[in-house]
Design a protein around this ligand. Structure first.
Ligand code: PLP
Length: 282
């Protein structure tokens, strides 16, 4: 695999980052994941806008221009013959002598790599996910897409230990989101409920696109926090993320939803999203 690191395209085994990089020592960095369909970038402007916001919230410089960022993505798609999958992008504050206070003039490190994966024909889309509820132990700025992912990793491992595929994290009696996706339930009267945007969750790029598609399909949407009880009582459920599009959920906290198969609204939104993503990919 050819990866990008600080201006160079190199085989992955030749890519190097300083041990003093603050990404390594402090998880002082941000990332984005953009999906690729038919060799083209999905929702790319949205991901780049959110990257800019994450960087500015952490007082970090943008490492390269927008045009260069897009050119790097395209070159990695070409060099790796990527037809379907993801491009991971990470910006860290760069190398500095280890100190909690960071110098203002570090040179940010930029790393990108590709991951080939079947996104449209993902096996989990046919069966649906089983979700466990786990305490949300993350920090207070989940709207910034930082690389400090140990808390959600532990939450996901706790869910796996319970025989589930993923966790929905719970704080103050309400679901925040999945470990790497936004969470939705469909009520018995057919409304989609998903948590409103705040610092408590990541502002998903796929979330924005899917809520738009739901509105166009005249499905009622309520953006508000919902409880584990409401989730257990839901007709169906699903999650969204760049790497999974719309993924049905068939079980929460040991309770089977509907008939235990992916629900009609989740299936329909997945089809609508895939069609829209394909058509709009650049
Ligand atoms: N929430 C969290 C915590 C995530 O890590 C992610 C994606 O990685 C999402 C939500 C979904 O965001 P997006 O649709 O932009 O991929």
């Amino acid at each position: 695999r050819i990866v990008y690191v600080n201006g160079e395209f190199v085989p992955e085994e030749d890519a190097k980052i300083s041990v003093f990089d603050r990404g390594f020592l402090f998880a002082d960095g941000v990332y984005e994941v953009t999906s690729v369909l038919d060799g083209k970038l999905v929702d790319f402007p949205g991901h780049m806008t959110r990257l800019g916001r994450s960087l500015s919230e952490l007082q970090m410089d943008t490492p390269v221009s927008q045009e260069e960022m897009e050119a790097i993505h395209r070159r990695l798609i070409a060099d790796n013959d990527l037809v379907e999958g993801m491009i991971y992008l990470q910006v860290t504050r760069g190398a500095a002598d280890r100190d909690f206070a960071f110098p203002k003039d570090t040179k940010p490190s930029l790393v990108l790599f590709t991951q080939a994966r079947d996104l449209v024909n993902a096996p989990a889309a046919a069966t649906g996910l089983k979700i466990a509820f786990v305490d949300d132990i993350r920090w207070g700025r989940r709207d910034i897409k930082t690389v400090q992912l140990l808390a959600p990793s532990l939450c996901k491992m706790a869910a796996k230990a319970l025989g589930c595929d993923d966790a929905w994290m719970v704080e103050d009696g309400h679901i925040t989101e999945g470990t790497s996706n936004n969470a939705y339930i469909v009520t018995k009267d057919g409304a989609i409920v998903t948590r409103n945007l705040s610092n408590s969750i990541l502002h998903g790029i796929t979330r924005a696109a899917v809520l738009q598609l739901a509105a166009e399909a005249q499905i009622r949407v309520e953006e508000r926090a919902f409880t584990p009880d409401e989730a257990r009582d839901a007709q169906e459920a699903f999650v969204t993320a760049a790497s999974s599009f719309v993924m049905p959920v068939v079980e929460v906290d040991g309770v089977t939803l509907g008939n235990g198969k992916p629900g009609p609204i989740a299936k329909r939104l997945r089809e609508l999203y895939v069609a829209q993503a394909r058509a709009a990919a650049i």
